[in-house]
Write a protein of this length. Structure first.
Length: 106
């Protein structure tokens, strides 16, 4: 089965940590993140049946605005053990959904 977690994009600016927590809570119900994107100022997170394992996600802005700066930050975060699951632009900023394999807190 597939679910769409539909979040107003402006919530990212207000509290990206809360949006990340909302995603992680949804995934703790036996779902896996399979896609993400911005449509009409709405962040659509695509979830499907699957084992999320011990993955934890964090949605955060990039420091720069250019594709080169985003690519550099993706490489930097990869060396810090984060995988980039998605990249999108919203509110004049570039955002990423980053994943790390850490124990899920209950």
């Amino acid at each position: 089965m597939q679910w769409i977690l539909d979040i107003p994009a402006n919530e990212l600016v207000i509290d990206a940590a809360a949006v990340s927590d909302r995603l992680n809570t949804a995934l703790s119900r036996g779902r896996a993140l399979t896609g993400a994107g911005i449509v009409n100022d709405r962040l659509l997170l695509v979830l499907e049946d699957g084992d999320p394992g011990n993955r934890r996600y964090r949605i955060a802005p990039f420091d720069g605005l250019s594709p080169e700066e985003a690519a550099s930050e993706i490489r930097f975060r990869y060396t810090a053990s984060f995988t980039t699951a998605a990249v999108f632009e919203s509110g004049g900023r570039i955002w990423g959904i980053f994943c790390t394999c850490q124990p899920i807190r209950k």
